[in-house]
Design a protein around this ligand. Structure first.
Ligand code: GTP
Ligand code: MG
Length: 336
């Protein structure tokens, strides 16, 4: 028997039983048909009696891999009797879907985790491995396409707010987080250290980085801050913030060349002329304090730049991390 919930006194304790334990388990359940009902795909309510003084109302559930779960109440008497009857095996390591369910931030991540918990990744892989190669190729290609979206939903992507000093990066950073995390203000070069925080934008998770601005380096500390920022933003998506009341200059044009998204800040003020050859996703007014709308629009621009669909379920089993992706790809690579 494996205990899926942490030990202790709780409202719910979930125990998982391997095939060789089900005969003993069946004998302790009333009605005796509970196990067969669960095995047929219908969760069954039952009374679990392991000893005269250890009795609980439980739910019996069969998982896709054939294992049986008993959802009990976590009382000390039933826990002690279950341990005495079945012993405790070491918990199996959580798969990516379980880890995501525990750490999900935002509704879309949770929906994806619940969807993927409905698929037994190892069992689906084993089933695919048995299928003829042409059908396997088609199924793996479809799963990899879903996985591209699933990984984007499960694994936060780094986003770097870059731009000229005073462009409005830190103000935008704070507005997207919905709190005053970084210092912002009219002093050029105010931000020196890179500050990173997690945030959900338009349903997708990101680690948002606020950076030192590009511009004059009055002293060694400014120069070090700019150099450190340039090194730290090499990987990930760069979101260029251009002062929308001034418009892009030569330095902005250089930064725009390898930015995923360019936005014009200070959208509550008069807009500067914007040259047609500098791409601009849109204007934002971070100082206005409308967090939800800002998250939606910046998230939407990032999503469009990444070619991702609206966040949510992906419609089938998918890999959620590099290890699962590699296992999926290996199904066709090994077969040539
Ligand atoms: N009106 C208006 N002012 C803004 C907006 N966003 C930023 N500002 C102002 O622009 C100035 C610079 O803002 P910051 O967010 O500190 O700029 P930054 O890009 O982080 O600057 P550095 O840290 O020096 O690189 C501040 O005085 C802000 O109040 C906005 O949406 N509207
Ligand atoms: Mg700043």
């Amino acid at each position: 028997m494996e205990r899926l919930t942490p030990g202790g006194v709780a409202g719910v304790a979930v125990y998982r039983f391997a095939a060789h334990e089900t005969a003993v388990l069946a004998a302790s359940l009333a009605p005796a048909s509970a196990l067969a009902t669960a095995a047929a795909g219908r969760p069954a309510r039952a009374t679990w009696r392991l000893a005269d003084d250890a009795c609980d109302d439980v739910l019996v559930v069969a998982r896709a891999d054939g294992a049986i779960e008993v959802h009990a109440h976590g009382g000390l008497a039933i826990e002690a009797a279950a341990l005495a009857t079945f012993g405790l095996t070491a918990p199996s390591p959580p798969n990516a879907a379980m880890r995501l369910a525990r750490t999900a931030i935002g509704r879309a991540q949770l929906e994806l985790a619940i969807e993927q918990l409905g698929h037994d990744f190892a069992a689906e892989l084993a089933r695919l491995a048995e299928s003829p190669l042409p059908a396997r190729r088609v199924a793996v290609a479809a799963a990899l396409a879903r996985s591209q979206v699933a990984v984007a939903l499960a694994v936060p992507a780094p986003v770097h707010l870059i731009g000229r000093q005073n462009a409005g990066k830190s103000t935008l950073f704070n507005a997207l987080l919905g709190r005053e995390r970084a210092l912002a203000g009219p002093t050029a070069g105010l931000t020196r250290d890179v500050v990173a925080e997690s945030v959900v934008l338009d349903g997708y998770p990101y680690v948002l980085h606020d950076h030192a601005g590009e511009g004059l380096a009055d002293d060694a500390a400014d120069a070090a801050a700019i150099a450190r920022s340039r090194a730290a933003r090499r990987d990930g998506l760069r979101l260029l913030v251009v002062d929308g009341m001034r418009g892009p200059d030569a330095a902005d044009r250089l930064l725009a060349a390898d930015a995923a998204v360019v936005v014009a800040s200070k959208g509550d003020g008069p807009a500067a002329r914007w040259p047609a050859d500098v791409p601009c996703a849109g204007r934002c007014a971070a100082a206005s304090g409308v967090v939800a709308g800002l998250q939606q629009s910046i998230g939407g621009w990032l999503r469009a730049a990444r070619g991702l669909p609206p966040a949510g379920r992906v419609g089938g089993f998918a890999a959620l991390d590099d290890r699962e992706l590699a296992a999926l790809r290996a199904l066709v690579v090994a077969a040539g």
